[in-house]
Structures are given as C-alpha cells and as structure tokens.
Design a protein around this ligand. Structure first.
Ligand SMILES: NC(=O)c1ccc[n+]([C@@H]2O[C@H](COP(=O)([O-])OP(=O)(O)OC[C@H]3O[C@@H](n4cnc5c(N)ncnc54)[C@H](OP(=O)(O)O)[C@@H]3O)[C@@H](O)[C@H]2O)c1
Length: 281
C-alpha cells in the first residue's frame, strides 16, 4: 500500500493514476473525502497536515509515502508525516520538493522545501526527493485574463524557464515509489525546452486557436494583481523574488533527469497546451 498526500491536486492526481496503472494499492489522504473524485479503487482517508493525529491513521500499514505539502509550515508538516510513517514501519518516503538551480534556494518556496528535506533526512526513513522547476500548469493562472481580454500579464520579462509537465513530475515520483534504487537520490527535474513567457503565450495561442497578447508588467503591478486575486501575502512575498531570478536568464537550465529516470523524453509545453486548450475558451 502506498499513501499519497496532495492526492487531489495537480501532481498528486497524476501520481495516483499512474500508481493504479502500475497495479499498486493506493491510499489517498484528503481533507474532504466526499470531494476527492478519485478512482473507486483508491482507499480514501480523511487527514490534514495541520492535525498531526490524523496522519498516524493515514500511515497505518503503508510501505511507502508520497509527500506533498505547501506553504511556510510544510517542513513541520512533512516531518510529522515522515515521523508517523517511520513509527508505523513505512520503508520509503518520496517527497515533492522544488528545484534549486545551481544548488541554491532561489525562492522562499525552495527554502521551505530545503528545510523539509533536511528534516526528512534526519528521520531514519529512506527518502527520495523530486525537485521540479516551474510547472506548465501555472499557465492556468492566466485563464481569466485570457478569457476576458485575450491577454497575459507577467513580470518574467524575457527570462526563459524550462517548464515541466506535472505528469512527468508524477512519473519520476512513481518510478521512485515502485522500483528499487532511488533511495537517497534527489532528482532535479525540468521540461525539455526553455521558453520565455512570450513563447509560452504563442504556443498557448496556437493550441487555443485565438490571438493572445503578452503584456510585460512590473513587480509592483504584479503584486497589485495578486492582491486583487486574493493571494495570501506570504505567497506574494514568496513568488516575487522568483520572478526577478527568472529575469536574470539564469532559470533556463534544461536537465536530462526526467528521461534518465523514466526512459522517455519529457512532454513539451505544446503537449500540455493541447490537453488544456478548452480551459482557456
Ligand atoms: N507550481 C510550481 O511551479 C511549483 C514548482 C516547484 C514546486 N512546487 C511545489 O508543488 C507543490 C504543489 O503541488 P500541486 O500544484 O500539485 O498542488 P495543488 O494542486 O495546489 O494541490 C494541493 C493539494 O494539497 C492538499 N492539501 C492542502 N492543504 C492540506 C492540508 N492542510 N492537509 C492535507 N492536504 C492538504 C490538497 O488536498 P485536499 O484539498 O483534498 O485536502 C491538494 O490535494 C508545492 O509543494 C509547491 O511548492 C510547485
């Protein structure tokens, strides 16, 4: 039995689906099982990272754990999960982390993940870290302005990023969960091509079948837009420094890890855009 946390989210849903295809038994942790909408083969367990007592029940009888948490508390949350797993006899934890280009945490979010990795490494349970760069699915944040104005506003300038398809992140995690030999490894994973926002918008426009304009904006305008969209202050403060890193052009590194681990080329942004075209109509 493999416990998947974050199982109702972007990466976790892919992890669950791919584990089922691999013939694994899956238990999914969610705060609200009635809204999970996962395959009926999945055993649902109600749990919340903010209520550590719920984690003890979730890890009962599991061999491996896929750990995905988010926010400033994630190191404490994932350490609680790893500790509960270790106590219950789980053998291996595969943690969804974040890329640290050049080995350095370039964003506040990467710093949270680094703290979590360190805590898990001290837990006495085998670990694998999957460290992705920016997700292709972040483009869904542009859905409203694409639908209403045919425009994408971004403060990434001309900086390129090797965006990764969430399915490929999940595939790396599933290999780590189901095969021997991934213990003690940290996999930095990116997509197959470095793209500027302008290039991403062009690919989206082709897939969606309507013109979409890229409008570069300042950090101040970005902050204002995020506040209006209701993003919490901690997240805005965490995201803005990443944009200035992207603008330096140093975020464009393409890594071979996905293909090395899963044995096929990573999916392209055009693949992702074709799958999601209707989200932007
Ligand atoms: N987006 C990027 O570009 C990027 C890049 C690198 C790393 N990351 C990392 O990727 C992770 C986010 O992955 P994602 O986009 O797949 O997530 P997501 O789609 O936002 O889904 C969040 C998941 O977390 C669960 N969750 C939220 N609060 C919870 C709590 N208190 N207790 C238990 N479960 C909780 C939700 O489950 P329920 O609602 O069902 O409980 C849901 O399944 C974060 O760790 C982030 O730092 C993101």
């Amino acid at each position: 039995m493999i416990l998947v946390t974050g199982a109702t989210g972007t990466v976790g849903r892919e992890v669950v689906a791919q584990l089922l295809v691999a013939g694994e038994k899956v238990r999914a942790l969610t705060r609200n099982p009635s809204r999970a909408h996962l395959d009926e083969q999945v055993e649902l367990v109600a749990g919340d990272f903010n209520q550590p007592e719920t984690l003890a029940k979730a890890v009962e009888g599991v061999e491996s754990i896929f750990s995905l948490a988010f926010g400033p508390q994630l190191a404490i949350q994932e350490a609680s999960l790893a500790q509960a797993g270790q106590k219950a006899g789980a053998q291996h934890i595969v943690k969804l982390s974040a890329l640290r280009p050049g080995g350095e945490a370039r964003s506040t979010i990467a710093t949270w993940h680094l703290a979590s990795e360190r805590a898990i490494q001290n837990m006495g349970i085998a670990w694998t870290f999957v460290q992705p760069g920016a997700f292709m699915s972040n483009a869904l944040n542009w859905r409203d302005t694409i639908k209403s104005q045919g425009k994408v506003f971004s403060n990434y300038g001309d900086g390129k990023v090797a965006y990764i398809h969430p399915r490929d992140i999940a595939a790396v995690a599933v290999h780590a969960l189901t095969e021997p030999g991934h213990e003690g490894k940290a996999y930095q994973v990116t997509g197959p091509e470095a793209l500027s926002v302008g290039e991403v918008v062009q690919l989206l426009s082709e897939a969606v079948g309507k013109p979409i304009e890229y409008v570069p904006i300042t950090d101040d305008a970005t902050r204002e837009g995020m506040q209006k969209a209701g993003l919490p202050a901690f997240l805005i403060d965490a995201l803005l420094p990443y944009a200035s890193f992207v603008r330096t052009g140093k975020g464009a590194e393409i890594l071979p890890t996905v293909e090395e681990v899963i044995g096929r080329r990573p999916l392209t942004f055009a693949d992702w855009a074709r799958e999601h075209a209707t989200d932007f109509w």
